[in-house]
Design a protein around this ligand. Structure first.
Ligand SMILES: CC(C)(COP(=O)(O)OP(=O)(O)OC[C@H]1O[C@@H](n2cnc3c(N)ncnc32)[C@H](O)[C@@H]1OP(=O)(O)O)[C@@H](O)C(=O)NCCC(=O)NCCS
Length: 282
């Protein structure tokens, strides 16, 4: 009889994992700029091994030091989602707790994953909502004493500081993630005041549509029109290049950003995904 056990996934598993990812449709992947195999070599990556054959895998490398997003959960057809999940989660939970993790989270798109997470005590406290802007006139406003310019690679440390100050820990992006977003940017800009960078946006794009991947303003500069300025400039550039659509995702309880986007005429697309969070510190 084959023994089934959970073990760390390593770079030597690349081919097997690549096959599993290619052939299996039962897969949760995090909505971001990274590929699931990129995380191989990270200690928070586990494989379910049956006689040297990987039949399921889970990756949740830390984002900020105590925040672990589930980047990948994949399992072959022989498994029920809950069974593969329970086995992998038991090891993951223990090791993440030992490493000082505070929260494990996932943006869930499939009902089978939602059930597995709820069964393990994950809670849905907010949702990710999708909005879209289609060309329409907007009010152009500039923030006093603020200059906008294209983001440069050397700006990334300052951009990370803004990101950490502006977002709650669960939603902060470290420099590696911001660097990956910046590398794929169609247009990335920073807002500078006398004291330096106080806000930024990164937008990606393909074909006729663009996506506002990240927007943040330092809390000490909130309410002065900096986000309005950044967004107004972005829309000017997009329309200049013939792009008439811009999508964005935000949290269902983020009133400031929902108001901001509604002001420019963004409308909800109806797509909405629950965020499930497990608190390891009780
Ligand atoms: C959302 C955010 C970018 C707004 O930045 P800002 O520079 O303070 O926004 P502005 O001063 O340009 O305000 C523009 C509009 O946004 C809305 N808004 C901004 N702050 C708000 C608040 N605290 N409450 C309600 N609405 C708010 C308003 O509609 C405002 O227009 P008004 O001033 O005419 O009422 C900022 O709060 C932030 O960085 N938050 C954390 C990161 C984040 O949530 N990013 C977006 C999610 S993807």
């Amino acid at each position: 009889m084959l023994t089934t056990f959970v073990r760390p996934a390593s770079p030597a598993d690349r081919q097997q994992l690549s096959n599993l990812l290619f052939f299996e449709t039962r897969m949760h992947r995090h909505l971001d700029w990274r590929q699931p195999l990129e995380w191989l070599g990270n200690p928070f990556y586990w494989a379910l091994d049956e006689g040297n054959h990987i039949t399921a895998a889970l990756a949740c490398p830390p984002e900020a030091p105590t925040i672990f997003w589930i980047r990948l959960f994949v399992f072959s057809g022989q498994w029920r989602a809950e069974d593969a999940w329970s086995l992998l989660w038991r090891s993951a939970r223990e090791e993440i707790a030992q490493a000082g993790g505070a929260q494990v989270a996932a943006i869930v798109m499939q009902p089978w994953f939602q059930n597995a997470l709820a069964m393990s005590g994950f809670e849905n406290r907010q949702n990710i909502v999708m909005l879209e802007w289609r060309y329409q006139p907007w009010v152009r406003k500039e923030a006093a004493g603020v200059r906008l310019r294209k983001m440069e690679p050397a700006d990334l440390p300052a951009v990370e500081r803004i990101d950490s100050a502006a977002f709650a820990p669960l939603w902060q992006n470290p420099q590696t993630t911001l660097r990956a977003a910046f590398a794929q940017a169609l247009y990335a800009s920073v807002a500078e005041a006398e004291r330096g960078i106080i806000g930024y946006q990164i937008s990606t794009g393909s074909g006729a549509r663009a996506h506002l991947a990240r927007l943040a303003v330092h809390p000490t500069a909130h309410g002065r029109g900096v986000a309005h300025h950044l967004l107004s400039d972005l829309l000017t550039r997009l329309t200049h290049h013939g792009l008439g659509k811009l999508s964005v995702n935000t949290q269902s309880d983020n009133a400031s950003s929902l108001n901001l986007y509604q002001k420019f005429g963004f409308a909800r697309t109806g797509e909405e995904y629950p965020v499930y969070v497990f608190d390891l510190r009780g």
